[in-house]
Design a protein around this ligand. Structure first.
Ligand code: AVJ
Length: 322
């Protein structure tokens, strides 16, 4: 056998529906109302996100892929040989392909992903492309403490790969906590290879989250369909709209679901009242300058060893070490 595909370890997965109801009710009692952004990613939401990545306005994916293609050899050289690659929130793992191709003799690939179907498909695809790299998928929430499989003895270091600017979904305090958790999981000689979206012209930023085809708006409102299904609520999607704006003080795109009428919604046994125009906060997408991000890394006990930029200077991939 030339490829080892370990069984899924699905010990700590997505919360069960009764917990989702509790989380949703708590968020809707808060002022302003808010819902956590992981609620975007049901099956349809994951599919819509893939489509967002193909929109011309959503430069993030395009720039990160061209960066990885152009600078992959340099990145691989910095990471060195005999790497165990652990990817957090691997999804369909498109960029991973490019990285695994460049790495000198990777000793294992450990994708950590909460959605079982994308995880299964990506492992199947990568196992066929890289038959000599053992695949050790872990179906889990990467924000929780992870029980990573034991590292192969041949591994010189664990590199945590966290592409896509997913770090931008966390506010500064949460981001520092998550980086600190990665720091402990990667060990003494490990590193973090992370995709970080950069501050830029506001019109470009806002366009990326308001594509002309309306895919992002559909993605945002799909959260309500997901909540309806998971909690037996009765959000009417026609009475809410998507809004994404850049907050220059906070340095982030803030996405809201806005009520377009005065209305009541049943959420379990709770009746939730919305004013006309009331906005519910559903996502942050933080944007960093290189200085901002170095300061954040520092707070988590990490140093920026390397920064790579795409040819247009829109997006960065950074290598962090202890
Ligand atoms: C997957 C978190 C990086 O914030 O840009 C895309 C999600 N939301 N369009 C981002 C998203 C709306 C995306 N991340």
């Amino acid at each position: 056998m030339n490829s080892q595909v370990a069984d899924f370890r699905d010990d700590d997965r997505r919360p069960p529906d009764n917990l989702v109801l509790e989380i949703v009710q708590r968020g809707l009692r808060a002022s302003p109302k808010r819902l956590p952004s992981w609620l975007f990613y049901d099956e349809r939401g994951s599919h819509l996100f893939e489509q967002i990545c193909e929109q011309p306005e959503y430069y993030l994916t395009r720039c990160e892929i061209s960066l990885m293609q152009a600078l992959g050899p340099q990145i691989a050289q910095t990471l060195g040989p005999d790497v165990r690659l652990v990817e957090y929130g691997s999804g369909h793992a498109i960029k991973t392909d490019i990285l695994l191709q460049q790495l000198a003799a990777p000793v294992a690939y450990v994708p950590v992903e909460i959605s079982p179907e994308p995880l299964r498909l990506s492992v199947q695809r990568l196992a066929a492309r890289f038959p000599h790299v053992p695949m050790q998928p872990l179906c889990a929430d990467f924000t929780k403490p992870l029980r990573l499989p034991i590292s192969p003895r041949a591994a010189r270091r664990t590199v945590i790969y966290f592409p896509g600017s997913t770090i931008g979904n966390f506010d500064a305090a949460e981001a520092a906590t998550l980086l600190r958790k990665m720091r402990s999981e990667m060990g003494e000689s490990g590193g973090i290879l992370i995709g970080v979206d950069l501050k830029k012209d506001v019109a470009l930023l806002e366009a990326a989250y308001n594509d002309a085809a309306g895919v992002t708006a559909e993605f945002t409102l799909n959260m309500l369909a997901h909540v309806n299904r998971a909690t037996g609520s009765d959000f009417n999607l026609a009475r809410f709209r998507h809004r994404a704006r850049y907050n220059p003080m906070a340095g982030r795109i803030e996405t809201h679901i806005v009520s377009t009428a005065e209305q009541n919604v049943s959420v379990g046994r709770q009746l939730v009242r919305f004013r006309d125009g009331e906005a519910m906060q559903v996502e942050y997408s933080c944007k960093y300058s290189l200085e901002d991000f170095a300061a954040l890394a520092h707070r988590a006990g990490l140093e920026v060893r390397n920064v790579w930029l795409d040819p247009e200077g829109m997006f960065s991939v950074q290598y962090l070490v202890r």
